[in-house]
Design a protein. Structure first.
Length: 265
């Protein structure tokens, strides 16, 4: 069986589902060249928990976990099946890595999961197993390093036909939504932060990436809270040692949300 890459996808606003733009084009192009997975394990920035949880619903619901958007968005569904057996396998791998996980038999797919998957695999015919991320650093949960270890635990799945995806955003500062940024006037921290992440991934500088909060330019402006970057470390951990990081430029949404996609082979 072909070993699959792992992916990091910037999912942007929920409106990306209705107005896919360049992100939709890039994800369609990516789907056309990827080997078809038998299942997907998705770590989204919008499922947060103190300890890892794994969704094991047979038919995950489409969660509209947002407010104030147009009615057609709330009518959208992504009816991909779940895979309870794979969920059990994920929980087993996490337990073996000392990251004991619990099973949630009812968890649906939040917009960080179903919006990009709707653009990547619109037929919704590939089983999806969601996995939570842990956003609060603590002695037992050291931020990016914890998510990297979680991704490492999931790495064997790539040889089993499973596509491991982290879904977040390379930059994510919603406090700046009212600051007047746009396609013509980008937030000043976006490009320096994008460039730093790309350089460190290309160099395989894991230590610097795990310490991005101190080392990256404008880190706290790009991510006042880091839940949208943490899925990057899941995808990075799931990649093979020395994996090549390929950046796919999907533009800048609203002048402040970098929509980069990364493929790790």
């Amino acid at each position: 069986m072909t070993t699959l890459p792992s992916l990091y996808i910037s999912h942007g606003s929920p409106m990306t589902a209705l107005q896919p733009g360049l992100t939709g084009q890039r994800l369609a192009e990516l789907a056309a060249v990827l080997p078809r997975p038998r299942a997907i394990v998705m770590a989204s920035a919008h499922w947060l928990s103190r300890r890892p949880q794994v969704g094991a619903a047979t038919q995950p619901q489409t969660l509209h976990d947002f407010g104030g958007f147009p009615a057609p968005l709330y009518r959208m569904r992504y009816p991909a099946p779940g895979d309870p057996a794979l969920a059990g396998r994920v929980a087993e791998l996490l337990a073996q890595a000392g990251l004991g996980a619990s099973i949630d038999p009812e968890r649906g797919l939040d917009h960080g999961a179903w919006v990009p998957l709707h653009l990547l695999y619109p037929a919704a015919d590939i089983p999806v197993v969601p996995v939570s991320i842990q956003p609060e650093p603590a002695e037992s949960n050291p931020g990016p390093a914890h998510q990297y270890a979680l991704g490492q635990a999931l790495a064997p799945l790539r040889k089993e036909g499973v596509l491991v995806i982290g879904s977040g955003s390379i930059t994510h500062n919603l406090h700046d939504l009212g600051a007047g940024y746009s396609a013509q006037r980008q937030a000043p921290y976006v490009q320096p932060f994008i460039a730093w992440i790309e350089r460190k991934l290309a160099a395989g500088d894991i230590a610097a990436l795990l310490d991005y909060r101190r080392q990256a330019p404008f880190a706290e402006r790009a991510h006042p809270t880091d839940e949208h970057l943490l899925p990057l470390f899941v995808a990075l951990g799931a990649a093979s040692a020395g994996a090549q990081a390929r950046r796919i430029d999907a533009g800048i949404d609203m002048g402040l949300l970098a929509m980069d996609i990364y493929r790790f082979d």
